[in-house]
Design a protein around this ligand. Structure first.
Ligand code: FES
Length: 118
């Protein structure tokens, strides 16, 4: 059995600076879908549209580093495409392994523009 835990650290997690970054328009992310968002400096997040509400988490599964933007979305849960770990987009909690989690980021929509606080 493979060991669990953060064997891989996320090299693309943006540093917390408290600033809002405009990443696109609401129509860029259809309902029920996820998208990878590229930030300056090679940083990256995953953005999801759940029933018209937007959620952002790091685009990196703590198990083996899969891009979570490619995962399967079911309600507020994204399931990693590689080995099935599931994460609650509202809290970042891993639903398979309580000790694991992903970072979450505040998303603000203003005049149809999606902004993420990094
Ligand atoms: S990389 Fe294994 S569950 Fe995500």
């Amino acid at each position: 059995m493979q060991p669990f835990g953060r064997s891989f650290t996320n090299p693309r997690r943006p540093p917390r600076e408290g600033k809002l970054v405009t990443v696109g328009r609401v129509e860029d992310v259809p309902e029920g879908r996820g998208a990878a968002v590229e930030l300056e400096g090679g940083r990256e997040l995953a953005l999801y549209n759940v029933g018209g509400h937007f959620y952002a988490v790091e685009n990196f599964c703590p198990h083996r580093g899969a891009p979570l933007a490619d995962g399967n979305l079911c309600g507020h849960t994204v399931e990693c495409d590689w080995h099935g770990w599931r994460f609650d987009l509202r809290t970042g909690a891993c639903l398979n392994h309580a000790a694991e989690a992903v970072e979450t980021y505040e998303v603000v929509v203003e005049d149809g523009w999606i902004k993420i606080r990094v």
